[in-house]
Design a protein around this ligand. Structure first.
Ligand code: BJW
Length: 232
């Protein structure tokens, strides 16, 4: 098949060279924090101020003019735009760097773990774009209630977004690229095994991921080098 249905999965590693820390690497985002301390509904219920502080800091990073899509984001934007068969870029990242790199292709982009730039009201369920800091007493723009706003982000134990669409795409997929992810967090970590024997599977990562042995092919190095080289 010259242009098989394509799924691209990305993780924090693709944004590392844009200046955003990864989760599990040396000096990663969770240094000093256990994941469970900040990225679970239980942590939010226990200490919303600490969780808001963590996400406020990361939202502020996205407002830093130095944080921009890098050559790997742009290469994927070119690939998706040019792909003449079905293509879906599934990102685990909650930054907006893929959005900025491919504004005309947003229908082919699926951020499965949500977005730093959206909030959700736990009372009325309204979702809204959000740029600023959140506090425990920030009123909800929809229902006016205070104390009910949370980041529109998928925490551990919650269902990732767009799973129906992802599962349908996995059924069709014949080429799978996994980029900048450690392969430790499910369900994304399970995509490569689900595609074994039916799709060509390629890992592009700084180092072998947890599931590296499951891929047909792997290219290791910084995303800004290996991704443009693979795409172009
Ligand atoms: C570079 C680079 C460079 C560096 N160039 N590369 C036991 C067994 C199996 C599963 C479970 C289990 N117990 C619980 C679960 C489920 C759980 C899970 O997976 N836990 C594991 C820890 C075991 N998963 C869930 O709870 C998920 N929900 C769920 O499963 O619902 C049930 C269900 C789903 C579907 C169908 C049916 C039922 C929800 C997971 C939510 C994850 N949320 C987080 C935080 C929120 C977002 C945020 O705050 O940002 O999402 S956790 C965090 O990890 C974040 C990331 O998206 C995610 C993945 O991390 P990622 O992107 O891979 O980053 P790193 O840092 O781990 O890796 C970076 C990689 O880049 C490294 O390999 C580097 O080498 C590389 N790199 N620089 C290229 N320059």
């Amino acid at each position: 098949m010259a242009n098989p249905p394509l799924i691209i999965l990305t993780g924090a590693g693709i944004s590392a060279e844009s200046g955003l820390a990864t989760f599990r690497g040396h000096g990663g985002l969770w240094a000093g924090h256990k994941v469970e301390d900040v990225a679970t509904p239980q942590a939010f219920a226990r200490d919303p101020e600490m969780v808001h502080g963590f996400y406020n800091a990361r939202r502020a990073q996205l407002r830093d003019p130095a944080v921009q899509p890098n050559p790997a984001h742009h290469a994927l934007a070119r690939l998706v735009a040019a792909w003449p068969a079905p293509a879906l870029l599934v990102t685990q990242n909650v930054d907006d760097l893929h959005h900025r790199a491919m504004p005309d292709q947003l229908d082919r982009l699926l951020p499965m773990h949500g977005s730093l730039r959206r909030i959700r009201c736990t009372r009325c369920s309204q979702v809204a774009d959000w740029e600023d800091d959140l506090a425990t007493d920030t009123p909800c723009p929809g229902c006016g209630n205070t104390g009910g706003l949370r980041p529109d982000i998928v925490w551990f134990g919650e269902m990732p977004m767009g799973m129906d669409r992802i599962e349908a795409a996995l059924e069709q997929c014949r080429l799978f690229l996994s980029i900048g992810t450690s392969g430790l967090v499910y369900p994304a970590a399970g995509f490569v095994a689900a595609l074994s024997g039916v799709a060509r599977t390629v890992e592009l990562n700084l180092e072998p991921s947890a599931g590296s042995h499951l891929f047909d092919e792997a290219h290791h190095g910084p995303a800004t080098e290996v991704v443009p080289r693979f795409v172009d």
